[in-house]
Write a protein that binds this ligand. Sequence first.
Ligand SMILES: C[S@@+](CC[C@H](N)C(=O)[O-])C[C@H]1O[C@@H](n2cnc3c(N)ncnc32)[C@H](O)[C@@H]1O
Length: 207
Amino acid sequence: MGVYTDKVVPRVINVACGVGGETGRLRERVCRDLTGEVVEIGFGSGHNIPYYPPAVTGVDAVEPSDVGWGLAARRLEGARVPVRRSGLDGQTLPFPDASHDTALSTWTLCTIPDADAALRELRRVLKPGGTLHFIEHGLAPDAGVRRWQYRLEPLQKRLFGGCHLTRPIADLLRTAGFSIGALDVFYEKGAPKALGAVSLGAAVSSP
Ligand SMILES: C[S@@+](CC[C@H](N)C(=O)[O-])C[C@H]1O[C@@H](n2cnc3c(N)ncnc32)[C@H](O)[C@@H]1O
């Protein structure tokens, strides 16, 4: 990876994925039902830390970027539960089977090169009945927006560390063996539609 991807992109993401207004409200929504031992893939700079609810006992953060992890320092100091950087790659999680109660992924499935592998790993490490809580941007519900997404995706990937615009989030979850218990698909307020077509919900690992 080059200097731009290693040093600049995590700082841009830290600002772009901040917690201002609408983003903060969405983080609160997606985190509110987390319980017990949590695995969070694509932890970034820890913007979800203030939203972990009291039912969470600990968080295993999986994040490849040292810069992202460094930018989380102040939020980590204020964390109410132990947050450990336990892994570097969501595609190969260093945890035993059935070791976690819930999982969290926020704006991350767009960037992980093999999203299917990451979802299958989450299924493996979740206890039976364990739930993945997610908010992800992806393929828009409207054809007009989708056309723009396909046009812009090559540039988006180059500028933002491999971020895809057209991943079909619900389909990816189902293909990996999750059943989706709750799903809200909408355009995030204040974001361009091509970037802001989000899927927010919870999915349970099917037997
Ligand atoms: C758009 S950012 C989102 C960060 C954070 N989840 C948030 O909500 O602010 C995507 C994150 O995925 C991370 N990432 C990229 N490849 C990954 C991989 N293979 N496994 C886990 N995380 C990865 C990036 O380093 C980055 O922190």
